[in-house]
Design a protein around this ligand. Structure first.
Ligand SMILES: [Zn+2]
Length: 244
């Protein structure tokens, strides 16, 4: 399945490149070639990374991130190959898609064209961006450090109720009665209008984090509002209970 998403990523990036005529035909919205390589590079790994971050939780390994490199390389070589075969080059070295000047093929070898440093640089920069964005949005297991944790929002709390709620959630969590814990959460949600669509940002939210790799579990709380302080950054959790 990961292979399929990898192939999809490569296919889409080549498709985007062909449709946009990159970098030969700049009529399709991209202002200058290197920006285009960046965008196409981004799409060359995006769907693959999205897949492994979303559905690979339990079997996630860091080395799988390296698979983005061959994906980007295949995509880049394919796009460069297509361009190499249709492009023209003028006497001042300008590469374009109009039949003016000599064909690119007749002037440079494919390898020389493929290794043009700037195109490759922007392409690979773009291809690593999805990974950076997705990593920054996930929490690595505090215990085994080998997997991303699954996060489930439990319920919201106010400054006034926080200490009481904290105590209750800790007690319920350590009881080892899954049904009782679920019942407690359900009740808390009802009391705090958890399922109402238009909620104000609560003062606190409690989360349940689980690692499918080592089975460790955490209850965390996140403070959204605090008088006189900057709002806490996304994913800045405080661990309030753990089973590891
Ligand atoms: Zn773990």
């Amino acid at each position: 399945m990961a292979l399929l998403f990898g192939a999809l990523s490569v296919f889409i990036s080549v498709l985007v490149a062909v449709i946009a005529g990159l970098p030969l035909n700049l009529t399709f919205g991209f202002k200058f070639p290197y920006e285009g390589y960046f965008v196409v590079g981004f799409t060359s790994t995006f769907f693959y990374y999205l897949y492994i971050f979303k559905y690979f939780k339990s079997s996630f390994r860091y080395y799988k991130l390296l698979n983005g490199i061959p994906l980007a390389a295949i995509s880049f070589a394919t796009i460069m190959f297509i361009q190499y075969n249709i492009a023209y080059i003028t006497s001042d070295g300008f590469i374009h898609n109009l039949p003016i000047g000599d064909t690119l093929k007749s002037q440079v070898t494919f390898l020389d064209y493929l290794l043009s440093p700037q195109e490759g640089f922007f392409f690979f920069l773009g291809s690593s961006l999805p990974m950076i964005i997705l990593i920054s949005r996930r929490i690595i297991c505090y215990q085994c450090k080998k997997s991303f944790m699954e996060e489930r929002r439990l319920f919201d709390s106010s400054i006034d109720d926080y200490l009481k709620d904290l105590q209750q959630v800790q007690v319920q969590f350590y009881k080892d009665e899954i049904n009782e814990f679920a019942g407690f959460i359900k009740e808390k949600r009802m009391l705090t209008n958890f399922n109402t669509k238009k909620r104000n940002l609560p003062d606190y939210t409690f989360y349940h984090l689980t690692c499918n790799h080592c089975n460790s579990q955490y209850i965390t709380s996140k403070q959204h509002n605090d008088v006189g302080e900057e709002p806490t950054e996304k994913k800045a959790y405080k661990i309030v209970a753990r089973k590891a």
